[in-house]
Design a protein around this ligand. Sequence first.
Ligand code: C2O
Ligand code: CU
Length: 505
Amino acid sequence: IAAVGWPLLQGQGRPGHLLPSQVPLPRPYQVPLPVPPVLEPARSDGTSDSYEITQHQADLHILPGLRTRAWTYGGSFPGPTIVSRSGRRTVVRHRNELPQPVVVHLHGGHTPAASDGYPVDLVMPVSGGGDPMAGMDMPGMDGMPRMSGDIAHGERSYTYPVNQRAATLWYHDHRMGFTGPGVWKGLAGFHLVHDDEEDALPLPRGERDIPLMIADRSFAADGSFRYPAIDPAMHRAGVTDAYTNGVLGDVVLVNGAPWPVLQADRVRYRLRLLNASNARDYRLELSPQPPGGAAFVQIGGDGGLLARPVRHDALELSPAERLDVVVDFSRYRPGTKVRLINRFGSGPTSEVMRFDLSPSGRPPADDSHVPDQLSELAALDPGKAAVTRTFAFQQSEKGGWTINGELYQPGRTLARPKLGTTEVWRFVSDFHHPVHLHLEHFQVVSRNDADPGPYDAGWKDTVSLRPSEAVEVVTRFTDYPGKFMLHCHNLEHEDMAMMADFVTE
Ligand code: C2O
Ligand code: CU
């Protein structure tokens, strides 16, 4: 069966801009912060836990008085949170009751190729016959590359060895050419990994350990998520050009709710921040700032705990990055309303969520703290690299996005790292690209041949590559031979072909 890619390339390249909602926006800070439910395993045994998720459309109430027909993992957006124990195998069986083919990727997973969510390894709809193009009757689809992958009909089981340390991972759609609309319509959820090392630390836990999925969206007049071009009706209406630099919405959702509020105690909270936006960057601050500054104590990043905490006044987060921080609300007076704001936004997108602190003068007990030493973290030595490879992230003359001059084509390999070796990868850019590597986490070695940036500490799987910048990362390919991805995580860039295969051997 053939799959077809690159619907977005059919649009013409005007720079991306905000796609405004066609409904009045609600006032911020009216709804409580939801926390996605933790999924119970369908089965467990001595070594593994098995989960089942049905992907289907569901009508969600996101904006007041409106129904949003979303694509969901199990009926909610975000999808249910999967919690894995390091060293225990996790198997997730996905059943596809959506009208489109899907692919599931565990972002940050150290996953063998067969379960990594290679973008043409489609899971076809249960109902939908065998047409990978179902529902995509857009004009101008001829002339795009046709390619085939490992096609599953109706459902597929993804097996994750979870041979990795505690970290905040997430799962999302990864279908070639359609990842932007898939995620935008709701296909994203958290997958947390816990381990003994992290459990032994006195960090905030339970209800004081909260995953926060930040994602901007835009809403159409009928309440549905508004997305350009890919929707045939919008394409006919001529809305085709809004995505070249990525689709931006004007509503900021946290865990699927617009500008929500958390009633919080004046104690320490651990906030696992994920930027699940298609293309929006955030610079997050607390307002007011706590006395003395350093509102955020960063304890982890994409790949789990840092060696030592890093203090920040502000947090920059590009698409797909995670920052794991502790905020000490006891530094504020009782009853303070603390906004999480976005300095990179304007108008509605400059607000994110609010913490309304308890007015009680006496906060509940809090025996958590952030130790000076969090983890043993061996620094990889770039001097030991077997190879240094350079990858240029650039726009092509025709408006698509390329790596080393190539639009993505499944099966065309840009690198063949040897398992058991260390490599340095140098990323250079023309524009802002959050660069994501599958299979292995990496450490940032340098930016423009100088020191890494303030948000580069620890193990990462996505690095924010700014215009005209060169970022070097070092990684070690440990195990799992096969075909994996390197790509830009601006999802519209990804869908406009800024992706490459690498093959470990
Ligand atoms: Cu979060 Cu290849 O993606
Ligand atoms: Cu990009």
